[in-house]
Design a binder for this molecule. Structure first.
Ligand SMILES: C[S@@+](CC[C@H](N)C(=O)[O-])C[C@H]1O[C@@H](n2cnc3c(N)ncnc32)[C@H](O)[C@@H]1O
Length: 286
């Protein structure tokens, strides 16, 4: 088997399709996601010291977080822009903002690695679980720094190591085991590529950021059953869908049955799954 060299342009184009394909699933499961994820948005806006009237950029906003949380703080005298490269995710973000009557927020289709804004535009840049997917993080963080006003802050959340994030690893490990796919090299983008937070801290420092701090946050998510956990993963997990897409239907079904069996091991006596996951919030000043 020939191993193709990593091509960032192809990778990002594939990712755009992968995340678009799960946009409806994110909408369907949003309540479940936000049980654990809303506290991360709340922490990021606090770490970024967002105030009424501020201008905020949310990178890789998905269906609108933490952009919408920030928009509620900056109020109508401020402005929030959420960018993502997946147009279907953005369409749902726009629906959510409209349903909340937020008029000072825009969602724009844009590659996070090529942000098209004037220098010194934003008081803060936020990113919840997006930096890990950027192939050229060092250059991108330098660009982000250029977009911040003086004293502006970046606040981002990434996942801790797989053993501390069963939300993803119960599925990921099972799929890899059944399909006999080895773990990806540590330097390639993916959900766990910034699990060693010193890598992100050092990259921020090299990009010129100062006052760099990290803290851990537990993201607890609950499902009524192992089957519900599997349904959730089938609907929202873009990286998993990408691994399965070329497998025959029967093999996919076999993989998902194995995921349900693996998830059941984490259920309590009533069959309920409550998974605690380690997020890492990193903040830095321009
Ligand atoms: C795990 S989701 C996080 C979404 C949202 N921030 C949240 O926490 O609910 C990752 C998001 O990153 C986006 N993404 C990945 N690579 C990107 C890139 N190069 N430019 C813009 N968005 C990107 C995906 O489209 C997806 O919406």
């Amino acid at each position: 088997m020939t191993i193709q060299p990593f091509d960032p342009v192809r990778y990002k184009a594939g990712l755009r399709l992968d995340w678009d394909a799960v946009a409806a699933g994110w909408k369907q499961w949003w309540k479940t996601i936000e049980q654990g994820a809303q506290p991360v948005s709340d922490r990021l806006v606090a770490l970024a010291k967002i105030q009424p009237g501020h201008w905020v950029l949310d990178v890789a906003t998905g269906i609108g977080e933490p952009a919408i949380t920030a928009a509620q703080i900056v109020g109508p005298t401020g402005r929030v822009v959420g960018i993502d490269q997946a147009p279907r995710m953005l369409a749902i973000a726009r629906e959510r903002a409209a349903s909340l009557g937020l008029q000072h927020i825009d969602f724009v289709e844009m590659d996070a690695e090529a942000p098209e804004f004037p220098a010194f535009t934003y008081h803060s840049i936020l990113c919840r679980w997006g930096l890990m997917f950027l192939p050229n993080l060092a250059a991108t963080l330098r660009k982000f720094r250029g977009l911040l006003k003086s004293e502006g802050r970046l606040a981002a959340a990434v996942w801790g190591p797989p053993t501390n994030v069963p939300l993803i690893s119960v599925t990921m490990n099972t799929v890899r085991h059944v399909l006999k796919v080895p773990p990806p090299p540590a330097d390639l983008p993916g959900p766990f590529s910034l699990a060693d937070v010193t890598v992100l801290e050092q990259t921020l420092s090299k990009a010129g950021f100062t006052d760099i701090r990290s803290e851990q946050l537990t993201v607890t998510i609950e499902w009524a059953s192992a089957e519900a956990y599997t349904g959730f993963q089938q609907a929202i997990a873009a990286p998993i869908q990408a691994m399965l897409v070329n497998e025959p239907t029967e093999r996919q079904e076999h993989v998902w049955r194995a995921v349900t069996d693996a998830a059941r091991k984490h259920a309590d006596s009533e069959g309920i799954l409550k998974l605690r996951n380690q997020a890492i919030c990193v903040t830095a000043r321009r």
